[in-house]
Design a protein around this ligand. Structure first.
Ligand code: ATP
Ligand code: MG
Length: 249
């Protein structure tokens, strides 16, 4: 029998030295779903994603990742400085043993889809803007067609038009490929637009999940009005106000 593709996080806690960062985190991400973790800066979102992606050693609890393949786009783009745009994007394809010609073709195609220009293909990371680096990083994660995608604020350095375009591209890929995404953001609108489930991570006194919001309308049908309405609702929610410390003093 084929194994169910899912990511299950059970009773996970983490500390750096004497600093307790995460406490008793529980959730499940199923195939084809988008689960977002939102919360204020420093709350442990990136730490949690790193634990899920096995980039940090797990100290306490269990994390089971049964997805067939996964890839990541990090908060900072983490491109290889000695490789140009196309070579950076095609890294994952190289690891899969795909021939140079084929992987360059794929990388060029996806680079154009992600709003990069032909003139940028030979550029090295030091000559790219922050937004361009993020696009390369996101393209590098998507080009391998993973089953699970870990995204840590992949759109934070993009202008609003490009952000919308890439969000839509992600939504279409989720539909078409039945992609699953663990998405980190502190942008509530973005979380509402993309997610089936939004977990709210409160930082004080230690990172813990205080609330889960579920959205059932298919992402493709979520227009601006839906996103604005739902965001307005969240901004009036007591737990959101406390978690993000939105109260005017
Ligand atoms: N390698 C590390 N060693 C020690 N402390 C760390 C390390 N990585 C993160 N921290 C600390 O853990 C806490 C949570 O950091 P983390 O990067 O997970 O937050 P975040 O929610 O992703 O914040 P942001 O929204 O600003 O990206 C912070 O206090 C940070 O200083
Ligand atoms: Mg972070």
């Amino acid at each position: 029998m084929e194994r169910l593709e899912e990511l299950v996080v059970k009773n996970v806690s983490h500390s750096f030295g004497f600093d307790d960062i995460l406490k008793d985190i529980n959730f499940k991400l199923e195939k084809g779903k988008v689960l977002s973790i939102v919360g204020p800066s420093g709350g442990g979102k990136t730490t949690l994603l790193h634990l899920c992606a096995h980039l940090l050693d797990l100290e306490e609890g269990q994390i089971q990742n049964n997805f067939k393949s996964s890839s990541y786009a990090f908060q900072e783009a983490r491109l290889l400085p000695w490789k140009n745009v196309i070579d950076n994007i095609s890294l994952g394809l190289k690891a899969k043993g795909i021939k140079r010609e084929e992987r360059e073709k794929e990388a060029r195609k996806i680079a154009l889809e992600f709003g990069l220009d032909k003139d940028d293909f030979e550029k090295f990371p030091k000559d790219l803007s922050g937004g361009m680096k993020q696009r390369v990083s996101f393209a590098r994660a998507m080009v391998t067609k993973p089953s699970l995608l870990f995204l840590d604020e992949p759109f934070s350095a993009l202008d609003i038009g490009l952000k919308k375009e890439l969000q839509m591209m992600l939504i279409k890929t989720i539909e078409k490929e039945n992609l699953s995404v663990l998405f980190i953001t502190h942008d509530l609108m973005e979380a509402i637009k993309l997610s089936d489930e939004v977990l709210l991570l409160k930082a004080e006194p230690v990172g813990h999940i205080v609330k889960t919001f579920t959205y059932t309308l298919p992402q493709i049908l979520r227009d601006d009005e839906f996103v604005y309405d739902q965001t307005a609702k969240l901004l009036l929610n007591r737990t959101i106000i406390e978690t993000f410390e939105l109260e005017l003093k």
